[in-house]
Design a protein around this ligand. Structure first.
Ligand code: DQQ
Length: 514
């Protein structure tokens, strides 16, 4: 347990009910207290004053009631009510395996740690029945609620209809206890199937974001659009794709994310589960599974077309032993080690400029999937402009490494920048999934430098390209590049030189988890 947190002896998945209350950050999470695999789901609970160091509290919600949650307390969200007190809406699994929505409130709202929670005697407060014909196995994960102009609360719940349609079912209530299903969902997409853990929030005066975690692919996507408060309908903007090939919060391992508004610092914060790339047997052997990603600040890009994310500033408290590099040319085919930081736990910010774009390759029209291009090309293949970037969690002999890099290609007189995270060589171990991830980075390499920030935490590599326009998280299992044997290199396998215009790297200290 180092900077990101895993708690030993448990199966640890979705973040639930994040909020700030009386100056304390709260994070609940899907938690199996009995085993390192999913099951027997309760709500674990942790608090923090800085989103970096955490105190673990007793379990907040555990299965107890046959009529609404005896088979599991699944995901949900927190809402701060008009009187300033918080309430939790969560999915319960009843004794017949139906998914229903429940309410819980703090036993003592003057306790800033909110250690004890009471389930409402009115539970379940939303349930599938013969009238609404909601499929009782596909009805879960209520969001944070919001107030409409009419003074009524609104909340959305994930659902699927006819196998291919994902929906955000809308419910309204005057008292937070009695909820009525609206005549139409807030939004639906007929090409995704079940939406888990939806998230819906305002990002500017006129724009909202709707995020869905798509169960069939374990991929999250979001659309930017307009929410009509009178009709309660969300309409994605033209060009904001409404399925998994649309925009993603993260193009790597990142699922069941959830955001909350931090009124104390006037920012929206995003939390997410990083799942394992191993089998259940391995998770049981190692005794834990699942991690929370670094909390990220999230906001709308000035283009108003996509979100931007950046690790919360508090993470910088963990920085130590700063290393800087003067402007340096990384010649074609070269490899430069970043010395002086702990390669297993580090924060690296690097920015590349390309003195003259002349050797770029043409993006063939058949190449439409960035992830496939990154995978096919990899970091070792000699290219034109790129691949160049970082090799992290690398063994000294470069037998093991995770490559985070850019490739610049040309399409119809325009440059396309791909950001890739390639795990193919991340481990000599045979039992791990070693995927390659990739996405387009919306930066013009003629006008702007290509910047990359990578947070390294032993087995997690979280990368932010272009100041956080494209984010990729990877989970790796090195066998050689462990602790002091983990190194960081800068590489350029393109045929054109690139320049490092800026490099700052730090070792990261341990976060405190009590
Ligand atoms: N995990 C929860 C569900 C949710 C899923 C169960 C997403 O509520 O849909 O542990 O990972």
């Amino acid at each position: 347990m180092l900077v990101n947190w895993a708690i030993h002896d448990l199966g640890f998945t979705d973040p639930n009910g994040p909020m700030i209350y009386k100056g304390i950050y709260h994070l609940f999470y899907q938690y199996n207290p009995g085993s390192a695999v999913w099951g027997n789901i309760t709500w674990g609970h942790a608090t923090s004053t800085d989103l970096v160091n955490w105190i673990i509290h007793p379990i907040s919600l555990f299965p107890s009631e046959p009529s609404y949650d005896i088979k599991g307390c699944w995901s949900g969200s927190a809402t701060i009510l008009q009187d300033g007190t918080p309430a939790i809406l969560y999915t319960g699994i009843d004794s017949n395996n139906n998914q229903v929505q429940n309410l819980a409130v703090p036993k003592n709202s003057s306790d800033p740690y909110l250690v004890e929670w009471i389930k409402s005697p009115s539970n379940p407060i939303m349930e599938p029945n013969a009238v609404n014909k909601i499929n009782s196995t596909l009805f879960r994960d209520p969001t944070t609620a919001w107030l409409g102009h009419d003074g009524k609360w609104r909340v959305i719940v994930g659902n699927e209809r006819e196998q291919t349609t994902g929906l955000a079912l809308l419910y309204t209530s005057s008292d937070f206890i009695h909820w009525t299903e609206a005549e139409h969902p807030l939004h639906s997409s007929n090409e995704t199937g079940m939406w888990e853990c939806p998230d819906f929030f305002r990002v500017s005066t006129h724009k909202h974001v709707l995020k869905a975690s798509v169960f069939r692919s374990l991929v999250e996507y979001y659309t930017v659009g307009t929410y009509d408060r009178d009709t309660d309908i969300f309409v994605p903007d033209a060009g904001s794709v409404d399925n998994e090939s649309g925009l993603r919060l993260d193009y790597g391992k990142y699922y069941a994310s959830k955001s909350f508004f931090d009124g104390d610092k006037n920012r929206r914060i995003l939390l997410s589960w990083i799942n394992e790339s191993t089998s259940a047997n391995i998770d049981i052997m190692k005794g834990w599974s699942g991690l929370q990603a670094f909390p990220r600040k999230i906001w709308l890009d000035k283009s108003a077309k996509q979100l931007v994310q950046w690790p919360v500033e508090e993470i910088e408290k963990l920085r130590t032993n700063q290393v800087k590099l003067p402007i340096t040319t990384v010649k074609a085919g070269s490899l430069v080690e970043v010395l002086g930081v702990t390669g297993a736990q580090a924060d690296v910010e690097i920015s590349f400029s390309i003195p003259m774009l002349e050797k770029e390759e043409v993006l063939e029209s058949s190449w439409t999937n960035p992830q496939e291009i990154c995978s096919r090309r990899g970091s070792s293949a000699n290219g034109g402009v790129g691949p160049f970037g970082l090799l992290v969690i690398a063994s000294s002999d470069i037998q093991e490494f995770t490559a985070v890099f850019f490739i610049v290609l040309k399409k119809n007189d325009k440059f396309v920048v791909l950001m890739c995270s390639d795990q193919k060589r991340s481990s000599l171990g045979l039992d791990y999934d070693k995927p390659t991830y990739g996405a387009v980075l919306d930066v013009d390499p003629v006008k702007q430098n290509l910047s990359l920030r990578t947070l390294i935490d032993h087995s997690i590599v979280e990368s932010f390209g272009g100041g956080g326009k494209t984010c990729i998280t990877a989970r790796v299992y090195p066998t050689l590049a462990i602790n002091d044997n983990a190194h960081i290199f800068i590489f350029n396998n393109g045929s054109q030189h690139v320049e490092i215009s800026n490099l700052n790297a730090w070792s990261l200290k341990q976060a405190q988890i009590h």
